[in-house]
Design a protein around this ligand. Structure first.
Ligand code: NAP
Length: 165
């Protein structure tokens, strides 16, 4: 009975002239739109790509969402794109390890809690813009850039956030 009802709701939504995947999701999972109400979600690197899409999903599930990025312009664009008063943006370069604790403190001071931490920020390009190099052509600075962003920063963010749990 429940299964039939879910299929019927899904089909009803699909008959709509404009089908948004979000409609289908909320039709298939009744209550999804409130699933994260009262929860705080911190997403590193939410200015574009996967982080921005993830922020959108958590907003539609009712969460307060904090995104981070290195530039005001990137953050402003994301805030405009998602257009929600539950979206908050913090300018934060995650490779700045000494600033890590201060940024996490700022989040906990403002929101009191972090229920979900999405360690999304990452570098898949070298500072030069190249996406790949022969392994024996990678300089030490490039090695450090990738590992500082993709590994070291995540470790220290989790470390700082863990203090509050
Ligand atoms: N796309 C894929 O196919 C794929 C596959 C496997 C893994 N991943 C991983 O998934 C994550 C997201 O991928 P994506 O494709 O969405 O990447 P993307 O489009 O390049 O976005 C990266 C995000 O990380 C932020 N970021 C980068 N360095 C940062 C730093 N030092 N401090 C703060 N924010 C920083 C960027 O913000 P600003 O530039 O505005 O600062 C941006 O919001 C990455 O960790 C990536 O390695 C992606």
């Amino acid at each position: 009975m429940f299964g039939k009802e879910v299929v019927k709701r899904g089909l009803d939504y699909m008959k709509k002239p404009v089908i948004k995947r979000e409609y289908v999701r909320t039709a298939l999972y009744p209550g999804f739109e409130n699933l994260y109400q009262g929860r705080t979600v911190l997403i590193t690197g939410g200015t574009r790509g996967i982080g921005l899409a993830t922020a959108g999903k958590f907003l539609s599930a009712g969460a307060e969402v904090i995104i981070t990025g290195r530039t005001k312009q990137g953050l402003d664009n994301a805030v405009r794109a998602l257009n929600s008063d539950r979206l908050h943006a913090i300018k934060w370069d995650i490779t700045d390890i000494p600033a890590q604790k201060e940024k996490i403190d700022q989040v906990f001071d403002s929101f009191g809690r972090v229920d979900v931490l999405v360690n999304n920020a990452g570098a898949n390009r070298l500072p030069s813009g190249e996406s790949a190099k022969q392994w024996d052509e990678v300089s030490e600075a490039e090695w450090n850039f990738i590992l500082d962003t993709n590994l070291k920063a995540m470790y220290f963010i989790v470390n700082s956030a863990y203090e509050f749990h």
